[in-house]
Write a protein that binds this ligand. Structure first.
Ligand SMILES: Nc1ncnc2c1ncn2[C@@H]1O[C@H](COP(=O)(O)OP(=O)(O)OP(=O)(O)O)[C@@H](O)[C@H]1O
Ligand SMILES: CC(C)(CO)[C@@H](O)C(=O)[O-]
Ligand code: BAL
Length: 289
C-alpha cells in the first residue's frame, strides 16, 4: 500500500503533533537526513518502523555543517522523488523546514561537538561536527522522538551524536543502523550521483580494499600500519590521487591503533575527482580457534 507522507514545513506544528501522538501512546522514531534519498536512508526508515508506531523523516540541507568551498550549493535537492520513495512507508511524517525556521534570524548559539569529533573528519572538516551537533540537537527539539536512527556509514557522526546525547542529557535513544551497499560493494551515498561512470569504477576500490583488509584482520593479521599501507596502495593503484585518511581505530574512542588487539573500525575518506567519499568497516577481533 502506498500513501503520500504528511509534509510539515512548520517545526512548531510538527512538535505539537508529535507530543499529541506520544500522549496517545505512540512511540515515535526520527530519521534525520539531508534528502536525495536512497535505499540507505530507507533502511533507517524501515528500522524505525520495526520498533516505532510513527516515523518522522527530516529533510534539511544544513548550511552550518558545510565549510565555504564545500558542496552546499550543489548538494542534490530532490524533494518530489524523496516523497515518492517515502510513500512506500506508512505512517511517515516529513519535516522540510526553511533555513530561517531552524536558524531564527539573529541566532548565535551553537553546540560545540564533543572531543570525539576532533580526529578523522574533524581534521579535514574542522567546523563540520559543530554544525552537525547543532542541527541534530535542534531536530531533537522540534521532533522530540523516542528514538533516532543513524547510519554507520557516517561512523564518526554516530559517535559524536551518542556522546552529545550522553553529555547534554538528551532523552532519546540513538540506534545505529548498518551500511547499505550497492551490489558491487560501493557504500550508498547521495554524493555517488556526482560520479562519472569512470569515477564510480575507481570509487569501488574503497569498499574493495576495506573488505580485503577486514578479511586479513579477521584471519589474524595484527599489524595495523601494514594494513593501512595496503589500503593506501590499493587506492593509489586504482587511480585515487587524494586520500584524506585511512585509519584503523578503536570503535569507541576512534584513536588509531598500531597493533590490533581488539575490535577495530577501518575508516577511509578519499577524493575521487572532486567528490569526497567516506566508508568504513567494523572488524570484530578474531576469536582464536
Ligand atoms: N549507505 C548507507 N547505509 C546506511 N545509512 C546511510 C547510508 N548512507 C547514508 N546513511 C545515513 O542516512 C542518514 C542521512 O545521511 P545523508 O543524508 O547525509 O546521506 P548520505 O547518502 O550519507 O549523503 P552524503 O552524500 O552527504 O554522505 C545518516 O544517518 C547516514 O549515516
Ligand atoms: C545528521 C544530518 C542529517 C545532520 O544534518 C547529516 O549530517 C546527515 O545527513 O548525515
Ligand atoms: N552524511 C554527512 C553529511 C555531510 O557530509 O555533510
Amino acid at each position: 500500500m502506498t500513501s503520500q507522507p504528511r509534509v510539515f514545513y512548520d517545526p512548531a506544528q510538527l512538535r505539537a503533533e508529535i507530543r499529541q501522538a506520544q500522549a496517545d501512546g505512540k512511540r515515535v522514531g526520527l530519521v534525520p537526513t539531508m534528502g536525495a534519498l536512497h535505499p540507505g536512508h530507507l533502511s533507517l526508515v524501515a528500522q524505525s518502523q520495526k520498533s516505532c508506531d510513527l516515523t518522522v523523516v527530516t529533510i534539511f540541507v544544513n548550511p552550518s555543517q558545510f565549510a565555504p568551498g564545500e558542496d552546499f550549493a550543489k548538494y542534490p535537492r530532490t524533494l518530489d522523488a524523496d516523497l515518492q520513495l517515502l510513500s512506500e512507508f506508512d505512517p511517515v511524517w516529513v519535516l522540510v523546514p526553511e533555513v530561517d525556521a531552524m536558524y531564527p534570524p539573529g541566532s548565535t548559539t551553537v553546540v560545540k561537538a564533543p572531543e570525539i569529533a576532533l580526529p578523522l573528519e574533524g581534521t579535514f572538516r574542522p567546523i563540520h561536527f559543530d554544525g552537525v551537533a547543532t542541527i541534530v540537537l535542534k531536530l531533537f527539539q522540534v521532533a522530540p522522538a523516542d528514538a533516532a536512527f543513524f547510519g554507520q556509514k557516517d561512523f564518526q557522526q554516530v559517535r559524536v551524536i551518542e556522546e552529545m546525547v550522553r553529555d547534554l542529557l538528551v532523552p532519546i535513544e540513538i540506534v545505529r543502523c548498518p551500511i547499505i551497499r550497492e551490489a558491487d560493494g560501493l557504500a550508498m551515498s547521495s554524493r555517488n550521483r556526482y560520479l562519472s561512470p569512470e569515477e564510480r569504477e575507481i570509487a569501488l576500490s574503497i569498499s574493495r580494499s576495506l573488505h580485503e583488509a577486514a578479511q586479513q584482520i579477521a584471519g589474524g593479521e595484527a599489524d595495523a600500519q601494514l594494513m593501512r599501507g595496503k589500503i593506501e596502495q590499493a587506492l593509489h593503484e586504482a587511480g585515487i590521487g587524494e586520500i584524506d585518511y585511512v585509519s584503523i581505530a578503536c570503535p569507541r574512542t576512534l584513536k588509531s591503533v598500531e597493533t590490533i588487539e581488539g575490535d577495530v573500525v577501518i575508516l577511509v575518506a578519499a577524493r575521487v575527482g572532486t567528490t569526497r567519499l567516506i566508508d568504513n568497516v567494523l572488524v570484530p577481533f578474531p576469536v582464536s580457534q
